[in-house]
Structure formats: C-alpha cells, structure tokens
Design a protein around this ligand. Structure first.
Ligand SMILES: Nc1ncnc2c1ncn2[C@@H]1O[C@H](COP(=O)(O)OP(=O)(O)OP(=O)(O)O)[C@@H](O)[C@H]1O
Ligand SMILES: [Mg+2]
Length: 247
C-alpha cells in the first residue's frame, strides 16, 4: 500500500531523512521509534504528502505521490480521504470556531450533504465520547481533549490509513489506555495504523512491527515490535534509551 524507495529529504540543507526504504501493507500496525530529531515526524509528513522526497520515490496504492500531483486539488482531496494525519501538536491542526465545525470540516470539503455530515460528525463524537465538547472552541480545550478532537476530525473522513504522530503525548494514563484500546479496535476493523511514539511501554500494544531510526536519519532496524524492544544494546546505541535502561 505504502512504499518508499531510497527516499531522502532535507530542510534547507539540513538532512531529515536519509535513504529510507520502507513498505507498509494494508491492515498493518507499525510504529516508528527513534531519538528526538531523527526524522519520524518528517517521514509521517512525507507519507501524508505534506513534504515530497528530494530524491527517491514514494508510492501510495501503486501511484507515485509527488509535489506536483499534490498541488492538484482533486488529487489531493482523494489522497487525503484515504490517509488521515493526527499531528504531534493537535492545536496546530484545529482552526474552526467550534468542535462540531472542526469535525465537519473534512466531510464538508468532500462535498457530503449536510444531513450525511451531521450523521458522520455525531458518530465520530460518540466514538470519542466528546459530545459535551461540540460547541466549545477547540482553542479552549485541554491538550487531551484537543487530541481527541483531532482524531475525530481524521476519522470523519473514514480513511484507510491513520497516521498518528506521538498520539500518547500529554494524555493522562487513563486516556492513554483508552486511546491504545481504541487504536487496537480500529486496526482490527481493518485500518492501517502508522504511529510514532516514545512510549516503549505501550508501543507493543499498538504495533506488531517497529521501525527504529538512528540519529543519522536512516532506518537501523525493522523488526517485530517485541524483537526490537529486546535489542537493548541497539536502543542504547541510537540514544533512544540511557545506559541504565532495563526492560
Ligand atoms: N520545519 C523545519 N525546518 C527545518 N528543520 C526542521 C523542520 N522540521 C524538522 N526539522 C529538522 O529535521 C530533523 C528531523 O525532525 P523531525 O521533526 O522529523 O524529528 P522527530 O524524529 O519527529 O523528533 P521528535 O522525537 O523530537 O518529535 C531535525 O533535525 C529537525 O531539527
Ligand atoms: Mg516528531
């Protein structure tokens, strides 16, 4: 479904992705691990078409995704319907006056009828248990509430692939547990999940496969999550965990 061949990307000369080769099949649950600044968010942005490879090829459903294609509004719309992105900082992706409009934004862009939109928004608010927030301004929500709204917005488009950048960040332990169970259910329902996380306790639950980035912005391991977590020397070498780390 997703294939990156020798993909590299740099921000104004400063490298963020170096020669990335990665294949993700439909229905997989995959995690990206790695130290701060290794390129996880950049890779997720690239998978979502927000940045394009400087070199190498990114294909989604056998179609090459290029900056030029993403500039075509009809193409971009179809693409964003298939793949949804929950940003690392949810507040940067919320901009509507209230939560209802925020969740309705995507479906409206897709040209659904107001009646269908209302049903879709209500379903998503129910799924995330956030009906009480429907008239609130997204700016006045707590971090965890914003995260739930951001997830509702993405689910409102019913995408095949969900990309979540550090979704557990800033959530209380109970809400983290809720989110983990929710993601497991989505994956069971057939959604492909791509998640970046620093949470080594929960990563096993939300992924069967884990990709580890090193500080040189390239992939150093691509293994079953359980196996990768057992590679403690490797986790130390890429500076993801400290010398004292034990499982
Ligand atoms: N908009 C930007 N402009 C310039 N450089 C950037 C930009 N975004 C990221 N970078 C740089 O690209 C590299 C990769 O950043 P990225 O955000 O992908 O890392 P990350 O693995 O997601 O880190 P973290 O775990 O801290 O979220 C870093 O060196 C970062 O400083
Ligand atoms: Mg990041």
């Amino acid at each position: 479904m997703i294939e990156l061949n020798s993909v590299s990307y740099a921000y104004a000369g400063s490298p963020a992705l170096e020669n990335i080769n990665l294949q993700i099949k439909k229905g997989e649950a995959i995690a990206l691990l790695g130290p701060n600044g290794c390129g996880k968010s950049t890779l997720l942005k690239l998978i979502n078409g927000l940045v394009s490879p400087d070199s190498g090829v990114y294909t989604f459903n056998n179609q090459e995704i290029t900056a030029k294609k993403m500039q075509d509004p009809a193409f971009a719309k179809r693409f964003h319907q298939k793949i949804g992105f929950v940003f690392q900082n949810s507040d940067t992706q919320l901009f509507c006056p209230d939560v209802y409009d925020e969740v309705a934004f995507g479906p409206r862009q897709m040209g659904m009828t107001e009646e269908a939109i209302e049903r879709r928004v209500n379903d998503c608010l129910t799924l995330l248990d956030i009906h009480a927030l429907r008239q609130k301004s997204p700016y006045h929500l707590s971090g965890g509430e914003q995260k739930k709204v951001a997830i509702a917005c993405v689910l409102a488009l019913n995408p095949d692939v969900l990309v979540l950048d550090e979704p557990m960040n800033g959530l209380d332990p109970r809400t983290q547990r809720w989110l983990v169970n929710f993601l497991i259910q989505l994956n069971k329902a057939g959604k492909t999940l791509i998640t970046s996380t620093h949470n080594l306790d929960l990563v096993q639950e939300i992924s069967r496969r884990a990709v580890l980035f090193g500080e040189e912005h390239s992939i150093v391991a691509d293994l079953a999550t359980e196996k990768l977590l057992a590679e403690i020397e490797l986790l130390k070498r890429v500076n993801l965990v400290d010398e004292q780390y034990q499982r």
